[in-house]
Ligand binder design. Structure first.
Ligand code: ATP
Ligand code: PMV
Length: 370
């Protein structure tokens, strides 16, 4: 039996800009996890199991050289249920890599669980899809004896992710893979998909990925990171789909991206220097940039709850912003770690505003996989 876990993530800054290849975000991994467990199966085939919706199973079959869900003997090739979209994509990608390497795929059960939402299964926005994907790649990679490097695991998880959501920046995949704090530049997903199409997965593991940058940051001591949940689950693909849907006559998206990259660059430097004051100033700038984008494009990033989360931060001297796509999910606030009274006041303000403080810590950089 092989079991691997991968942490969830928080976007710290750079959301939306990082969707464009080569643009940047800062992320941190958090100590809530997805776990993938592989066991050799006695019978033929591949069986996927998830704890979502009280527990679901999907058996898979091969049609030609493609993996396909088999919902029943008479219905091979059915659509992949949403609960399995990421895990199935991982199984398909690793199936193909084994084929390319001439490795016979032994039958297996792959069980996936995650503690990245609340007890009722509502998402917090802590990147359950990426954590599940990264954990499943690690577990299946070990099961098949593929000797994957950390970068290989990121790339395979990213290739599985873009099968499900081609616009995903993969910042969450990087945070789940490397752990800790990092600056991330997104790869050109179209170029990467073209390399796979032309030369297969092995070629995509070796080729340069234009735009991809992963720069781990030292964990800051002076900065306290607070996380609040709005209680409103949000759909990232739906929010990102709004980007560019409206005419950008009075708003230049390339200016937004340039300013966001500059903010992320300064934030990365402030975190590396353990400078809570400078880091907080960049969080305030990142919030204003997101607000300007939201006003121009009408995405719905800033909900009333997220506004309240940010206002509570301002009231106690903390720099606060939505984390991720917004529209709900969670927000963050940065404080000087020595300002413990402000931290307590922030928690009180959040609770009064209907925001649930989440007691999260940053999962340290250690390759991200335990
Ligand atoms: N426990 C799990 N087992 C299998 N798949 C899971 C599990 N948890 C999440 N997933 C996959 O991730 C999908 C949810 O992805 P979604 O992007 O909505 O959430 P998220 O990654 O937690 O949110 P965000 O991107 O806002 O951080 C599910 O539909 C499923 O495909
Ligand atoms: C809006 C975006 O930049 C961040 C989405 O973050 P989240 O998945 O909502 O936490 C999208 C992306 O990076 O793929």
């Amino acid at each position: 039996m092989i079991s691997c876990r991968a942490p969830g993530k928080l976007f710290i800054a750079g959301e939306y800009a990082v969707v464009a290849p080569g643009h940047l975000a800062v992320l941190a991994a958090v100590d809530r996890y997805a776990t993938a467990t592989v066991t050799e199966a006695p019978g033929p085939g591949i069986t996927l199991r998830t704890d979502l919706h009280g527990g679901l199973t999907l058996t898979c079959t091969r049609i030609g050289d493609r993996l396909s869900p088999a919902t029943g003997d008479r219905d091979p090739g059915a659509a992949v249920p949403a609960a399995f979209s990421y895990v199935f994509a991982v199984a398909s990608v690793l199936d193909r890599l084994c084929r390319e390497r001439g490795i016979a795929v032994r039958p297996y059960f792959l069980d996936v669980t995650a503690d990245l939402g609340d007890a009722d299964g509502r998402k917090y926005g802590l990147g359950s899809s990426a954590a599940v994907t990264v954990a499943a790649v690690a577990a299946l990679g070990r099961f098949h004896g593929l000797a994957l490097t950390t970068m290989d695991r990121y790339r395979l998880a990213m290739l599985a992710t873009i099968q499900v959501n081609p616009r995903a920046s993969g910042g969450d995949v990087a945070a789940s893979t490397w752990g800790g704090w990092l600056v991330y530049g997104s790869p050109d997903r179209g170029a990467v998909a073209a390399v796979v199409e032309a030369g297969g997965l092995e070629a995509a593991l070796r080729a340069p990925w234009p735009g991809l940058a992963v720069r781990p940051l030292p964990a800051p001591d002076a900065i306290a990171l607070h996380v609040g949940w709005t209680g409103e689950p949000a759909s990232t693909p739906a929010l990102v789909a709004g980007l560019g849907a409206k005419s950008a006559a009075d708003h230049d998206r390339s200016v937004f991206r340039t300013e966001s990259d500059a903010c992320v660059g300064r934030l990365g430097a402030a975190i590396a220097a353990d400078d809570a004051v400078a880091a907080s100033a960049e969080i305030d700038r990142a919030r204003v940039l997101l607000q300007t984008l939201d006003d121009a494009e009408g995405l719905g990033i800033m909900t009333p709850r997220l506004r309240a989360l940010c206002a509570a931060g301002a009231a106690v001297g903390a720099a606060a912003k939505p984390s991720g796509a917004g529209g709900g999910d969670c927000g963050i606030a940065l404080l000087d770690r020595t300002h413990t009274a402000a931290g307590t006041a922030l928690t009180d303000h959040w609770v009064a505003a209907g925001i649930r403080p989440l007691p999260l810590r940053v999962h340290p950089a250690e390759g991200g996989i335990a």
